[in-house]
Design a protein around this ligand. Structure first.
Ligand code: FCB
Length: 442
């Protein structure tokens, strides 16, 4: 079937439900010479960091192709476009607005407005200015205040053009992948680093929330978190405990401070050196009310007890996407339902969901049936969660187009639009056509 379908009575088939596509600055823009360096430029330049040795210098050259890219977005019939702002493009080293960079985004926001496409803006999708990293990056508390200043200046400059602001994209990835296991920029390791960075990122989020609420009271202001639900291999109590520890460590660590003003209790089991330096006011700042929660979901993970660590993650089995992630849509509905039970959630938007497939373009056509199947199953999982009472108001496909997939470089394709990186030609894949048809059939 070349189609994505939902039950006829689904709320997701009404115009109140928002459909969009998502991208991120470093992954698509290129034009790195027209901005300050960021931690991903530095990381890519090191050996053995990015699988294909590539970088973001050109990427999808969106900096020069933004007009046709918006036309493409419009042609898909979506209601919204989720993009991120490159901090090193819009703020100078001395902390002022860089007008060239700001104008680049103003042109995009104006064009979206003209076409009636809602702008969902993420302020931080991992491209930290390198000069801030040189000063300690997210290990330095000061960076959280620098982020607040950036959020303040940029939200004033954007005025009323933005429908929704997300402070951070996936602080788990920034903190854990970037500062704890080192597979993402800046490539540092150590549990202490990971937990310290996580706290400063969450603090940055809370500090930015207060300025966004003031400067942009009419937009939906919140945060985007990723979740990889943790399942135990079987019902043995020790394996259930291991999975629950992993869930607290990877997932709840980032959401609980926001909604409950506390870290999960497992923090007490970690060595004292891994406890972040929490100032008296921090948890109140971090738990500033949010207007929406963005949820990114791709896969689940399976755990068992370990003799040497808190848990042992097992290799993925079953049907895998091209990046090795298990296709397990049931975890998506279960996740949304459990978050709704645990926390007093504001409206939820699925801000990313999608699949890497080893696409081939033949006669200008990409037959990506596996991706269509993935979207079909995951949209149904969202529908199930809605039917169980979760207030989900929108869904964004990751991604609009193939792009720089971080440590995987250009080898993994997540787009519903194919990008030929030589010619920069874009071709809508069959999944893009199916998504468009679903949206237009509402
Ligand atoms: C998420 C990121 C996004 C993209 C997808 C595949 O973790 O937010 O930029 O790389 O994974």
């Amino acid at each position: 079937m070349n189609k994505i379908s939902l039950p006829l009575n689904s709320k997701m088939l009404t115009k109140e439900f928002t459909y969009g596509v998502a991208t991120a600055s470093f992954q698509i823009e290129g034009a790195s010479e027209k901005r300050l360096p960021c931690i991903w430029d530095t990381f890519c330049a090191k050996e053995n960091t990015v699988v294909d040795g590539s970088n973001g210098d050109i990427a999808c050259d969106h900096y020069n192709h933004w007009k046709e890219d918006i036309e493409l977005i419009d042609s898909l019939g979506v209601d919204a476009y989720r993009l991120s702002i490159s901090w090193p493009r819009v703020i100078t080293e001395s902390g002022e607005l860089n007008s060239t960079g700001v104008n680049f985004y103003l042109d995009i926001l104006n064009e979206l407005k003209k076409r009636n496409i809602k702008a969902f803006v993420t302020l931080y999708h991992w491209d930290l200015p390198q000069h801030l990293e040189d000063n300690g990056g997210w290990l330095n508390r000061e960076t959280a205040y620098k982020f607040q200043q950036y959020a303040d200046l940029i939200s004033q400059a954007f005025g009323d053009r933005v429908h929704s602001y997300a402070t951070l994209n996936e602080p788990f990835c920034s903190a854990y992948l970037g500062y704890e296991v080192g597979v993402h920029a800046p490539g540092l390791v150590g549990r202490e680093n990971g937990k310290k960075a996580a706290h400063h990122l969450l603090l940055a989020h809370g500090l930015a929330m207060s300025v966004l609420t003031k400067n942009s009271p009419d937009s939906l202001n919140g945060i985007v978190l990723n979740f990889t639900p943790a399942y135990a291999i079987d019902d043995k109590p020790e394996n259930i405990t291991a999975a629950s520890f992993a869930d607290d460590y990877f997932n709840q660590w980032y959401i609980k401070p926001i909604f409950d003003g506390k870290y999960p209790e497992i923090m007490q089991q970690l060595p004292q050196s891994c406890h972040p330096d929490i100032h008296r006011e921090d948890m109140a700042i971090i738990s500033h009310p949010v207007d929406f929660l963005g949820v990114n979901f791709y896969t689940r993970a399976v755990y068992q007890a370990s003799d040497v660590d808190y848990f042992d993650e097992l290799p993925a089995t079953g049907k895998l996407t091209d990046i090795g992630w298990e296709v397990f849509p049931k975890a998506f509905s279960e996740l949304l339902i459990s978050l709704n039970e645990r926390y007093n959630l504001p409206p939820v938007y699925i801000t990313e969901n999608g699949a890497a497939i080893d696409d081939k373009i033949v006669n200008n056509e990409v037959i990506d049936q596996d991706r269509i199947d993935y979207y079909q199953q995951h949209l149904l999982a969202v529908n199930d969660a809605i039917e169980s009472g979760v207030d989900i108001q929108g869904y964004f496909a990751w991604s609009l187009m193939d792009n720089f997939e971080w440590a995987e470089g250009y080898l993994k394709r997540f787009g519903i639009v194919y990008v030929d990186y030589e010619s920069q030609l874009r071709t809508i894949k069959n999944s893009g056509h199916a998504y468009k048809t679903l949206i237009s059939n509402r």
